[in-house]
Design a protein around this ligand. Structure first.
Ligand code: CP
Length: 342
């Protein structure tokens, strides 16, 4: 076996990786914090073939034919659940969705017993969203198949950060940027940083890929020691926007707030809402991102969210399917006995 393998060529680039399963040596995808930079780039590069497939009229592969994927969602979702379902189906797998609201969780079943039940059904991969930080890792310890974190509490949402990176890569490439990572790029993330798993995964992912990350939030919604994560904290949105290449807006996670964190939505919009006037402080062609769901008129104005040529919010959703196909493909290679992975 050679010591390296090549990525599928994209944009003329062929990257060398550690051979076979060493390119992604984990059974699960639990968080960006557990990944090396080359592992992030590997999943991004593997996603390129699925971006291409998803743009064809016929969007189907038999790569995962015969495999069963269970999407177990203990929290509401539109984008993540649907894109994992579409990803699994486009790869030819049998996909089953378990919604906690209509499951035996409602009858008092514990998380561990639910995990043991899913495992007994011999799933080949389980995708989990849960409201508690660490719950996905707990389930991963109890099952025999790969587990993918679709968002756990305030902890991580790794496939969101990966799809954001893929969307950003594509948007930059269309603008003629040749750099394949984000060195030299300044990304401002503004919103409820304290409660956001998206912010946490993105800080880890963007800094691993070389970007400078600025975080902006009201003091009550800024976690302590963000500088230890390699990000720069701001409480003045105008200062955080100055010259930024990318502005990523986050919603207020009211479902995770106990007590009053902001005086009012109106006041919040006045200080931290992204308006067209405020966006003018960023770099002249700055890109606008939002993981969704958006609260228009609170953290972002509609004329910014829908700004052609600047907003890549729908591109993020498109890339979500490709990234989830990449993750499902890579994590099931051992099961499928793909050469070098078995
Ligand atoms: N971005 C995101 O996780 O959206 P959903 O909650 O709709 O899955």
């Amino acid at each position: 076996m050679t010591s390296t393998q090549s990525s599928p060529a994209h944009a003329g680039l062929v990257r060398e990786y550690p051979a076979g399963s060493l390119a992604y040596p984990h059974r699960d995808l639990l968080g960006i914090g557990q990944m090396e930079r080359h592992e992030i780039l590997f999943l991004l590069d593997e996603a390129e073939q699925w971006v291409d497939l998803n743009r064809q009229k016929t969007k189907h592969s038999d790569a995962l034919a015969g495999l069963t994927i269970i999407n177990a969602f203990f929290e509401a979702s539109t984008r993540t659940l649907l894109s994992f379902e579409i990803a699994g189906k486009r790869l030819g797998a049998d996909v089953v969705n378990m919604h906690a609201a209509t499951s035996s969780v409602k009858k008092g079943e514990t998380l561990i017993d639910t995990a043991i039940t899913l495992n007994a059904m011999r799933a080949d991969a389980i995708v989990i969203r849960h409201g508690s930080s660490g719950a996905v890792e707990l389930i991963a310890d109890k099952v025999d198949c790969p587990v993918l974190n679709a968002g756990d509490g305030q902890h991580e949402h790794p496939t969101q950060a990966l799809l954001d990176a893929l969307a950003l890569r594509h948007a930059l490439r269309e603008r003629g940027h040749s750099a394949d990572d984000f060195t030299g790029l300044t990304v401002t993330i503004c919103g409820d940083i304290l409660h956001s798993r998206v912010a946490r995964s993105n800080i880890l992912c963007l800094t691993a890929l070389g970007a400078t990350v600025r975080l902006c939030a009201p003091p009550a919604l800024m976690p302590a020691q963000v500088d230890a994560m390699g990000a720069q904290p701001f409480s003045d949105f105008d200062a955080a926007l100055e010259g930024a290449d990318v502005v990523m807006m986050l919603r207020l996670q009211t479902e995770r707030m106990e007590g009053q964190f902001i005086p009012s939505a109106r006041e919040y919009h006045h200080l931290f809402g992204l308006t067209k006037e405020r966006l003018a402080r960023a770099a002249p062609d700055a890109l606008v991102m939002h993981p969704g769901p958006m609260n228009r008129g609170v953290e972002i104005d509609s004329e910014v969210a829908d700004m052609i040529g600047r907003s890549i919010i729908t591109r993020q959703v498109e890339m979500g399917v490709a990234i989830r196909m990449s993750a499902l493909d890579v994590l099931t290679r051992k099961t499928r006995q793909v050469e070098g992975w078995a």
